[in-house]
Design a protein around this ligand. Sequence first.
Ligand SMILES: Cc1ncc(COP(=O)(O)O)c(C=O)c1O
Length: 387
Amino acid sequence: MYQPSESSPTSASVDLAALAQNVAHVRRLAPHANILAVVKANAYGHGALEITQTLQRLAVHRFGVATIDEGLALRQAGVQDAILVMGATVPAQFAELVAHRLTPVLYRADLIPAFAAHIRSGSSPYPVHVKVETGMGRLGVSPHEVLDVLQRTEFQAALRLEGLMTHLADADNHGNDHTKLQLARFQSTLDHLRQRGLAVPLVHAANSAGIIRYPNSLYSLVRPGIMLYGYHTLSHDIEAPALQPILTWKTSIAHLHRIQTGDSVSYNRTFIASRPSHIAVLPIGYADGYNRLLSNRGRVLIGGRRVPVIGRVCMDMTLVDVTDIPGVTIGQEVILIGQQGSERITAADLAAWQQTIPYEILCAIGPRVPRRYLPLGSPAGETSRER
Ligand SMILES: Cc1ncc(COP(=O)(O)O)c(C=O)c1O
């Protein structure tokens, strides 16, 4: 595992007290549901272990990852709580999943016997979640297949249905027809199972947008991801809680130089100076997750002012024009995501500049960038609600 140095000029600092506030928003919106915190993709770039451990202190005791490897990494670091593997899994990894007591999401009929084959006969039934495909068009058993799947013999001995879930495709969008349809399909599947006497201990459908917008998606468990990290992708005219971005990404100026009118900077000469210019070189590039699409588009904060990225973002370096910023020095702080003075750049801004979503910006912050953690403090007022 790559270990960046503590003295690295670049870092991502994660405010754990802000994470606690975002968790409080989830609890306010879903007061009767337990939380399964989505910590896949290194907790959306924030550091899976530290985020998980902090959430445990905040009385969250269920976690969602995408891959078995992500689950194993948490187990190996000592996380004992329930870990749901929500992504596409292959039977070749089922033995490892069972050995580490991860919980699988089974999303196709043939996975039931394939998974049950790994449970020793005589051992207590292994908890699994079954995913229903209601309109995401990705993974899941179709609603009319679910009863057959759950009536298979594997569910009489080897397996125990712990959870039934679906995933919303469009809950952050303006229109709500598709989400209503998904939730109606899910509810009628659930009703049908209950009429047939099947117990479903945990029911879950809501991602962050579901939690914020669809009270009827909450059920007994909610699966927030992006809102824990302080973002959503709802449009501005939709009412949303005041989430707090928890990550600040900063670096410092590595080098300064002056160029003349007509001089160019960086690969392929995409920036030609139209005036004598003062150029700062930042020790950060696309290998760190600062996307090349930010070339000649991005902005950073220096001295409390917005400063343009000029020329192509390189693998390890990015150039910015500091001509209008007085007194700039080597070593001066540069904010890529975060606040400086009264100015602020968010992952949503970077996403807009490179036509993507804040999720991708955060996940892309690479292993060369050390994560530092601002402490949670005492989680006063947090009561142990789960477990
Ligand atoms: C199955 C599942 N549930 C929940 C989430 C969390 O979604 P969000 O980050 O939008 O809250 C994800 C993330 O993509 C997911 O794949």
